[in-house]
Ligand binder design. Sequence first.
Ligand code: MTE
Length: 333
Amino acid sequence: MLIKTPPTSAARECEVTPEAVYLSRRRLMSAAAGAVAASILPVRADEGRYTDVEPGASPAWFSEKLSSVRWQAVTAGEEALTPYPDVTHYNNFYEFGTNKGDPARYAGKLEVEPWSVMIDGEVARPGAVSLEQLVQPHRLEERIYRLRCVEAWSMVIPWLGFPLADLIKRAEPTANAKFVRFESRVAPEQMAGVRSGFSLIDWPYVEGLRLDEAMHPLTLMAVGLYGRVLPNQNGAPLRLVVPWKYGFKSIKSIVRISLVAEQPRTTWEGLAPEEYGFYANVNPQVDHPRWSQATERRLPNSLFNPNVISTRLFNGYDEVSTLYSGLDLQKYY
Ligand code: MTE
């Protein structure tokens, strides 16, 4: 983003192609092994949906939830999923570095157990809750959402999570609550990007939503993707996903959720307000000062298949437009 911005035309082939190769090799291997393995593999709780993705180890709280998941509660129509290797190896998580491969390389160091989240501010029931307590009352849903980064690339990701609205309701917001402020974990000893003297970010990474945006049924608290627990590089153990906004609103590794009366100062808006607005609604008609937002590069792509598609207002989630009736989207970008 601000610190390191490749031109939109600059495809990062070195990062994408090896993963595509890796994936096709995995497909070949699993096809060959399939006949033998079918009889001895344990039944997968994701009902065998993502056979290209190793089930992996999951914490107990997550495994217990898998049998009751509402699969495909929201889909992205005919749009193809971005392969798991791309979703998990082409990331923005500046706490671990500014290169797209840094989070996959270094976020394994992040200790995600135990994890607790402070819920405070304008609520009748403030307090710290463990991740297990926080997730326990919710049935997980799979939501296949488009993710559009402000850098003009995009993916389609099958998240597992629950509506943020349900969590907020349980905290019982007071009449003064008008915005929700989110804070990410800061652990310098585990995060080279936080230790770095070159980072412009004033940690913690902070994001915010208007209360009605936070309560919108599309706004998701994610704890998994591709039928398995959230990888660290994607924001384990708890992240926000707001599919109609640029990806930087979808804050990772959340440790604090505060209901507040005033619009919070957020990380990217604070760094460069003329480039990154508080709203950050995906909008092909409002260009970034340094590049167009009219199109996006859908991963996976390659030199011979740039896979450039038109960007849609609100990332195609037209149902949110009523949240902004009367708001000048050129001014409040
Ligand atoms: N959250 C934190 N804490 N730190 C970050 O650097 N990057 C944001 C967002 N959430 C970021 C973050 C940006 S710019 C994007 S595009 C998305 O995470 C990327 O999510 P992904 O890596 O899972 O695709």
